[in-house]
Ligand binder design. Structure first.
Ligand SMILES: C[S@@+](CC[C@H](N)C(=O)[O-])C[C@H]1O[C@@H](n2cnc3c(N)ncnc32)[C@H](O)[C@@H]1O
Length: 137
């Protein structure tokens, strides 16, 4: 395992396309004030980077205990046609998925009685130069 102990955005900007099988973003800072929303890790540009960096069928995993940040992330991910939300019902975002990394922050938030939200997305297969999604539900 290698650790990049700095701003992850610096690394993301330098990685080769289709070089990651998973991107895991757990409890990023919510930056609740409107004037700070631009500091949120998930942005339109970041979501495009996720689609670029993930291999076909690669996965983006996300968790938060902040409902507004969950909505923000859903909205940004929905705008990226190369990423497919892997939820079939409410339990898929309410319950911790199998094979999940439970962080210290998640343990703390549970101890406070909060229920985190879990999102999983699949990178749709590349389809030639236009990279049009093959799977649309
Ligand atoms: C609420 S904590 C969650 C920590 C951990 N992921 C967990 O679940 O226990 C948010 C963390 O994101 C880190 N962070 C914020 N922006 C970052 C960035 N651009 N690159 C790397 N880490 C970042 C902060 O330093 C902080 O440790």
């Amino acid at each position: 395992m290698k650790i990049f102990p700095d701003d992850a955005r610096l690394l993301i900007a330098r990685l080769a396309p289709a070089s990651l099988s998973r991107i895991i973003l757990l409890f990023p800072d919510p930056w609740p004030k409107k004037r700070h929303h631009k500091r949120r890790f998930v942005s339109s540009q970041m979501v495009m980077s996720f689609a670029k960096l993930l291999v076909d069928a690669g996965e983006f995993r996300f968790a938060t205990d902040h409902a507004a940040l969950a909505r923000w992330t859903l909205w940004h991910m929905q705008a990226e046609p190369r990423m497919h939300w892997l939820a079939e019902g409410p339990n898929d975002w309410r319950e911790q998925p199998k094979d999940w990394l439970e962080t210290r922050y998640e343990q703390k938030t549970r101890a406070m009685g909060k229920r985190p939200i879990f999102l999983r997305y699949e990178r749709l297969p590349r389809n030639g130069a236009k990279d049009i999604p093959l799977k649309v539900s």
